[in-house]
Design a protein around this ligand. Sequence first.
Ligand code: ATP
Length: 253
Amino acid sequence: MSEIDLPESHPRYQSLLTRHRIEDGVDRGITSRQGLIAEGRGEAFDYLLGERTIPSADDAARAAAALLLLADRPVLSVNGNVAALVPEETVDLAAAVDADIEVNLFNRTDERMRAIVTHLRERGADEAGVAVRGLDADARIPGLDHERAKVDADGIGGADVVVVPLEDGDRAEALAAMGKSEVVIDLNPLSRSAQAVTVPIVDNVLRAVPNVADHARDLSGASQTELEAILRAFDADAALEAAEDAIRSGELD
Ligand code: ATP
């Protein structure tokens, strides 16, 4: 039995666990009510994917790990859904690739920002020595309205590689226009965010975040040339096509 009182072998275990965590996140002021809607949309795509990591998503996770290991200043962006679903896993990934975390919200309120920063610190960031940023808001992403443009100069503002799970399309495009390389984790292969970035991972954050961390650990001894070769071999358009194909033609159990 687990935090939702169901055995992990239950056929809907993962989606019920996800719903529970998102609901709990809303109750605790971490996740917004819009986050519930985003979750519902993601769940539908995951159902059609068979709630599994398809091979092209695993390739993307490996390419993302290579990109993060090659980065000078990688940052993992965290919103209310990510904070509710994968807090420890996000800290673990940050530690594996020596990245900072930055809390970045679509609907930014000071209260939620602080609640999420505290939540991540308590879920292992302090212990692992991972910086949790987002409260300085002393830089702006050009081309976005005021609240959504706010970032930390020492965080996303100065990053060369940003992981943006569940990002909205405008911000993903604006970050790309700043010359940053991006990894997006989004179950919708047709979303504008997935289309705008260097490495789109079409997978549930629940599976993708730990998977990227596993690949990063596996690649920790790889040379720069080897990491660059993995990245060059990754074809983002082909990965999106493979995911769309799996969703459209998948056979459900
Ligand atoms: P875009 O502007 O990129 O087209 P959107 O407006 O369709 O995006 P939002 O509603 O802002 O997207 O965000 C929800 C996105 O997050 C959806 O594409 C959904 O598939 C995805 N999503 C939701 N939950 C998860 C999850 N657990 N793992 C991965 N992706 C998820």
